[in-house]
Design a protein. Sequence first.
Length: 150
Amino acid sequence: MTSRLNPYLSFGDTARAALEFYRDVFGGTLTISTFSEFSDQEAPGADLVMHGILETPSGFTLMAADTPPGMEYKPGSSISISLSGEDASELHGYWDRLSEAGTVSVPLEKQMWGDEFGLCQDRFGITWMVNIAAPAVAKSGVSAADESVA
């Protein structure tokens, strides 16, 4: 297996709901292990997610867990997840579902660098950046009409 970089999200006690939401957004296979599978089934927090992993058809991997009982939960404010690419339809679909019931800081629209970009926080407090690359022709300053004349 090659090395890969993917986000690992921590939640107070909503990891299962968050992972199921992300599976609904991105599709894929979700595997969840609870604390009870590896410890006392009667212990506080036994039904919480010890480790969850979502692997999507697009090649995304997202991991998450609930904070174990007795540990302090500190929601992250310096972490964002970036989705980028050229498939505008796919990325707009992700944006629509992620931003629904969340907070949009930057609407997904064309930016000064030529790409469409948006920034939102989903209903679970996770910040998402979505960047849809402008066609290479438009970025170079040559329009498709100019290219057909050349």
